[in-house]
Design a protein around this ligand. Sequence first.
Ligand code: FIX
Ligand code: ZN
Length: 416
Amino acid sequence: MLLRNRDDIKNAVYKAVEEVKITDVHTHLYPPSFGDMLLWGIDELLNYHYLVAETMRWTNMDYEEFWNMSKKQQANLIWDRLFIQHSPYSEACRGVLTVLNKLGLNVSSRNLDDYRKFFSSISVEQYTDKVFETANIKAVVMTNDPFNEIERNKWIEELNNDNRFKGALRLDILLNSWPQACEQMRKWGYSVEENLDGPTFEEIKRFLKEWLDRMHAVYMAASLPYDFIMPENSYRAKIIENCVLPVAVDKNKPFAMMIGVNRQVNPALKDAGDAVCKADINSVIYLCAKYPHNKFMVTMLSRENQHELTVAARKFRNLMPFGCWWFLNNPSLVDEITRMRCELLGVSFIPQHSDARVLDQLIYKWAHSRRVIADVLVDKYDDLSKSGWEIDDIEINRDVNSLLNENFWGFIDMKL
Ligand code: FIX
Ligand code: ZN
C-alpha cells in the first residue's frame, strides 16, 4: 500500500518493527536444559550488574557485605535504593518495570513479594516460551566459553536441545589469557607450547574446529580491550592471524570483535567493575583490508568510536557493524548511533543486540530498542517521501526484516 503522509509512514514502520521476529545476535543466555546457567526471574533481574553498580552509588556498605548477602537480600536493597528511595528512570531500572508491565503484573503495587509469587508459579520452560513470545524473538545467539568447566560439560553432554539458542564460540581466554589457556589445553591433550612453537598453531586450529562443530557455532567472538592493537608482536595477534582467521575462512564463519572494554577498573564490583575507553579503529581496518576473505562483525564500546567504525564499514564489505553495546544501549545513544548508521550505511548494518544476561531482559531490551529504531526509521522514510520517492509498506517490511534478521543470516552465509 502506498504511504502518502507521515502518519501512514509512522503506522507502517511501527507495525513492521513491532511484528518482525528478531534474531538477537549477542546475548549471555542459555537454554533451560543448561540448568542454573540460565538466569531468570525478578531477583536475577534486579541483580543485573548494571543495577548493582547504580545501587552502590546509594550506599556506603562494604562491597563484601553486599556480596555476602543472599540474592533476595541483594534484590531487596537494590529495589529500595533505586526504585523506592529514588525514581527508577535509569535505563536498567526502567527495564525492570517494562518487564513486569509486559507480563501483566501490577507495577504500581511496588510489592516485590507479589512479583516473586508470579515467578515461583511458572516453570523455566514455560517462562522461556512466554519471554520469546512476548519479546517476539526468533532466535538468540549465546556466548559460549569452552574454558568454563561447567559450560564445557554441558556441551560434552550435548545438552543444547533448543534450536532458538544458537552457539557462539567465545575466545576471550584463548586470546587475552594465552598462558592460562595453554596450560588448560595441554591438560585436555592438545600439544601446545606457551611460546607458540612446534605444532601449537595447528593444535589451536584443531581446538577451534572441534568446538565450532560441537557448538554448531554461528560465529567466533572475543571481547577485546580498548588497547587492542593489530598488527602486534603478541600472543593474541599471532593466534588471531595464524589460527582464528584461517579457521574462520575454512568454516566460513565471521569473527566477532567486541572492542573497547577497560577491564575491572573497580574489581570489588565484579561483573559491574568494567569501564570503557576509546579503542583503535585502525586495528579493525588493518584486519578487514589484509583479510578480505574473512568476515568481521564488530561492535565498539566507546561512543567516540562509532562514527569511525561506521565510516570503516563503508570501505569494507567484510565489515558488519552491530549493536549499541553495553554503555551505549541507552535510548539517547541508540538513537544517535542508529541515525548515523542509516545515513552512512543505508540498510546494511545490524542495529542492535540485547546482551541479555537474564532471560526476562529480552522483553525490555527489545521493547525499548524497537521503539527508538522505529522512530529513526520513520524520519528516514519521511525524508524519502518528501523527496518524491514513493514508499510502500512492503518495502518497509523488507528493510526492517533486513536490519533485524536477514543482514545477520546473510552475513553468516556470505562467502567472500
Ligand atoms: O563481553 C561481553 O560480552 C559484554 O557484553 C559483557 O562482558 C558485559 O558484562 C555485558 O553484559 C554488557 O552488557
Ligand atoms: Zn555481552
